[in-house]
Write a protein that binds this ligand. Structure first.
Ligand code: NAD
Ligand code: ZN
Ligand code: ZN
Length: 338
């Protein structure tokens, strides 16, 4: 079979490998589609602190079961499957308290272990989620990024009563927008790329803010009558944006949810947190949220078609990465097809 390997940063090759053997608790999946995420591109460019090399990247993948281990209870040959890429230890503090996505030794397929950019993958039964067979593969590949949307909604305690700001109208910011609108919230979204803000408007954003041309504090005053945003998502990855989110934009009793993982330091004032009882909340990966997302897809509550803008054959992953880097105005999510 063929596999796409990032050998070292900036060096990607298509290699021949043996089809993996499965254990009694695994299935063999024939991969059908795999999304390209910012973190895959980051691994390619050597900018992901969590990754090790050489690595078959790809954590947003779906496929068809072609072989089933003797002890597997939840899958049969022919099933369409989405793979939750989070692997945890089961006994550390985070795992014991029901938060395996921040397991002390969390592993992610495609980051710490080989992932989905290969024709066949052996997957543990506890990572399998059944997909409806009429869901097109390239759309199904967005279940994982939508699971981030489900996780951030949970972490931020998002409700329909909230006035929400999303910083960043990339694929993740736009998914959060769809989730927040589904819940009935009033949502503003901020970016510096007009085409992405246009897309946000089409997806139902109540206000779009280009922070190059509009002062976000002014926008906040207009949108919230001076109260501030109740819930803010920082999904640009830029620490200056996060600093502004903490200092200038929240309402009293507000929450700021942090998605980015920059290691850049920035100043923060106690009084901004204390005086509003501001909560600054982390969010990472997803905590068993695939079933919820698959229900949203079945019920048409979100619009994953709108996120997938391009497809490339998986053997042209290098071209797809390059296209992703060079055309932020045209691309939301590229899906590799098999
Ligand atoms: N915590 C998690 O589990 C998790 C999961 C997925 C992604 N992420 C992170 O979420 C963030 C968003 O992911 P994405 O795939 O949508 O990324 P992306 O890079 O496609 O989108 C980021 C958006 O932010 C905008 N932006 C960048 N700097 C800005 C600035 N200074 N002011 C205003 N806008 C700015 C960009 O124009 C872009 O549209 C990234 O930081 C990513 O690493 C976190
Ligand atoms: Zn991702
Ligand atoms: Zn653990």
């Amino acid at each position: 079979m063929k596999a796409v390997v990032v050998e070292t940063p900036e060096k990607i090759t298509v290699v021949e490998r043996d089809i993996p053997e499965i254990t009694s608790t695994q299935v063999l999946l024939k991969v059908k589609a795999a999304g390209i995420c910012g973190s895959d591109v980051g691994i390619y460019h050597g900018k992901n602190a969590f990754a090790t090399y050489p690595r078959v990247v790809g954590h947003e993948f779906v496929g068809e079961v072609v072989k089933v281990g003797a002890d597997v209870k939840n899958a049969a040959v022919g099933d369409h499957i989405a793979v939750d890429p989070v692997v945890s230890c089961g006994h550390c503090y985070a795992c014991r308290t029901g938060r395996h996505n921040v397991c002390k030794t969390v592993n992610v397929l495609g980051v710490h272990r080989d992932g989905g950019y290969q024709e066949y993958v052996a997957v543990e039964q506890n990572q399998l989620h059944q997909l409806p067979k009429d869901l097109p593969w390239e759309i199904a590949a967005t279940v994982e990024p939508y699971s981030i949307g489900a996780q951030v909604a949970h972490q931020g305690r998002l409700t329909g009563d909230d006035t929400v700001l999303i910083c960043g109208a990339g694929p993740i910011g736009l998914i959060i927008l769809q989730v927040a609108k589904m819940k009935g919230a009033k949502v503003a979204i901020l970016d510096v790329v007009d085409s992405r803000l246009e897309t946000a408007k089409e997806m139902g954003a109540d206000m779009v803010i280009n922070s190059k041309t509009k002062d976000p504090v002014e926008a906040m005053n207009e949108f919230t009558g001076g109260e501030g945003f109740n819930l803010i998502y920082e999904a640009t990855g830029n620490v200056n944006v996060l600093q502004m989110c903490i200092q200038k934009l929240p309402s009293p009793a507000g929450r700021v949810v942090v998605l980015g993982f920059s290691t850049v330091e920035f100043p923060i004032r106690q009084v901004d947190i204390m005086s509003k009882e501001l909560e600054i909340i982390g969010t990472r990966l997803n905590n068993y949220r695939f079933p919820e997302v698959i229900e949203w897809f079945k019920e048409g509550k979100v619009d994953p078609k709108s996120i997938v803008t391009n497809t490339f054959p998986f053997t042209e992953a290098d071209k797809a990465f390059q296209y992703n880097d060079e055309h932020p105005e045209n691309v939301l999510k590229i899906v590799l097809t098999f």
